[in-house]
Write a protein that binds this ligand. Sequence first.
Ligand code: AMP
Length: 540
Amino acid sequence: MEVIKFSDLQIDERIKRAIEELGYEQPSPIQAQSIPTIIEGKDVIGQAQTGTGKTAAFSIPLLQKLDPQDRSLQAIILCPTRELAIQVSEEVRKLAKYMQGIKTLPVYGGQPIDRQIRALKGGVQVVIGTPGRVIDHINRKTLKLNNVKMVVLDEADEMLDMGFREDIETIVSNVPEERQTTFFSATMPKAILELTKKYQNDPVHIKVVRKELTVSNIKQFYIETRFSNRLEVLTRLIDVYNPKLTVVFTNTKKGADELVSNLQARGYGADSLHGDLKQVQRDIVMDKFRSGTIDILVATDVAARGIDIDDVECVINYELPQDEEYYVHRIGRTGRAGRDGIAFSFVFGREMRKLKDIERFTKSKVLKHTIPTVDDVEQKKVGQFFETVKATLEEGNFSRQLQWVEDFCNQEDFSIIDICAAIVKKTLGDEEKEEIKEEKSGDNRRKNKGTKSFETSRLFFNVGRNQRVEAKDIFGAIVGESGVKGKHIGNIDVYDKYSFVDVDKDKAKTVIDRMMNAKIKGNKLNIEKANKKARKKNKK
Ligand code: AMP
């Protein structure tokens, strides 16, 4: 894999600072190719799925090309759904954090148009919107396209599937010809190619080509677990499997450092390895790992290249990597020198799809593994403890200790068994742990897509961080007010002004009916279904 760093790319220092803050360590493959090409001014067709870092792949060069002095609308990003528009807009906002004078706005159906009009009047350079609402604004002359220099079609295939072709054509053909046009799409059906022919100018087709790589001697498992439970699941896996050396992968350096602190706080010998460390520091960490002074190395993909140690028995993907090829590189840190290795990947919700892509790419099966139970961990610990006791007994040579026990038994009236049990309790501790409660994530919880959902419905709540509302408040309110049980509630994504909540589709109506006009932190609720029908209705 060719190594490209963000510092190699011709991007503004202020954007680099934001990238640094987001903890992105290196451009994902789609970013490494798209960013310089778009900056160069070429039209691009990017073939990339969700989860590959495609949003930043077009947002970074888009921001780079903006003129902050110019208050007029300069770029439009079209997205198929309200959820995606919000998500993309959040990412653009984060990337533009240090670019003073840049204003961005998501526009989508379902939100009062007056508010959007007011915001647009204030001068917005980047609009991220669903086609229907963008057309609406064009018709009302609240969006003027005469100065737009860049159009991005995100998830273009999805937009066509949803019947937005006409709207897209209307919008794109109203933007001056000297624009730059970028398409991002997971698939490239004929209809997309027709559109690119019609609206793009000699586009560069970017698709990440991958080499075949083999992972045959590595047992691969996945564990379905929410992010919030992953630390606990990780420690249980390590306790149960007790690997000699483990490499845990995170997607960001921030994530790596946080995980290391958490592991150290729980008494695990862990350290991190990522691109922020100087070569000397890396060498120190690697020496500690090689010699077993620490047995858990938490690494990012950048650092992974240097890890070539035969004793790594286990690799854990704390998060799935952005690219299938990274997956192979990651798990290839184990099973070296002809040995067997074991790899676990933590997944939840939409990551299940990525896992399917990985299986296809590696032509291997990743098997489901259950979360080790408290009992599994305990059995293992107790088993290991008695193994060491047995070894000490066989070794003999404990006459001093024998004397102490004898003295104690003579003074006190306890049975030998009770005394042993007390010593075990004192040594191993007696913390009663609770089992982890994980609701089934299913494969349909696609965080950023509003496509037909088979098991869950996504609901829009009009409260968010600005009202100091957190996921737990929404969860508590649903359980308390609607009587719908926690197990029927899925992902809760809280944004500044609103939140999205996945609920069992059979319970969605109950939640809406019973919670309408209820309050969270004093804010009257307005809840709507965020499904395809609602979008169509809003499309007008
Ligand atoms: P996307 O494919 O745009 O939906 O991005 C998937 C996830 O990857 C998002 O949570 C991004 O914040 C994250 N991401 C994007 N680029 C990078 C990067 N270079 N390194 C690490 N994470 C990234």
